[in-house]
Write a protein that binds this ligand. Structure first.
Ligand code: DAT
Length: 173
């Protein structure tokens, strides 16, 4: 039994996953597990994709690499996909969403262009991550939260903190 819950924070690149995870980790003491960083630092990939300027993730290696840490509980998993993590590991899935005009500006500011920019915009508009979360996990553990401005981040983090407190009450000895 985990003494603290594991939470996935997912969504299209640029919606604000890292912003949420960092504040949540700071306020709760849960660990921010940036899958981007894990893939790079622990070399859980099959090389670099030049077209998409991103690592080609080796999912088996990634899961092996984080399994022990996640089994202990208290992880905030930050990644733009969610269907690879076993259901039994996960207590809450937060899908961060963002207005498409706002997202376009954030991605352009990050230097995204061409196919990479278009595909991420399509993904947000088509609700790809929300669909993936709903297909991969029980409906009642999937929540969709909006992240257009900084008030949204504070409100969302407060909501997740309240959820964590309740989870701990429900799951204590
Ligand atoms: P992600 O981890 O989903 O790729 P991020 O947290 O790195 O996204 O955020 C991308 C950029 O947008 C970054 O400069 C911070 C900014 N940002 C994210 N969420 C925001 C919000 N709700 N209000 C204002 N800026 C936000």
């Amino acid at each position: 039994m985990r003494s603290a819950p594991n939470i996935i924070v997912t969504g299209t690149p640029g919606v604000g996953k890292t912003t949420h995870c960092e504040l949540l980790a700071q306020n709760t003491g849960l660990r921010h597990l940036s899958i981007n960083a894990v893939v790079k630092e622990r070399e859980c990939h099959d090389g670099w994709d030049d077209e998409f300027r991103s690592w080609v993730v080796d999912e088996d290696k990634l899961l092996d690499s984080i399994e022990e840490e996640v089994q202990q509980g208290g992880c905030i998993i930050d990644w733009h996909a969610c269907d690879l993590f076993p259901k039994s590991w996960i207590d809450l899935v937060v899908v961060v969403r963002c207005d498409s005009t706002v997202l376009y500006d954030r991605l352009a500011a990050r230097g995204y262009s061409g196919k990479k920019l278009d595909e991420n915009m399509d993904s947000e508009i088509m609700e790809v991550l929300l669909e993936e979360a709903r297909e991969s996990y029980d409906e009642e553990i999937v929540v969709e939260l909006r992240s257009d401005n900084s008030d949204d981040v504070e409100g969302n983090v407060e909501r997740i903190e309240a959820w964590i407190k309740q989870w701990k009450r429900d799951n204590s000895g």
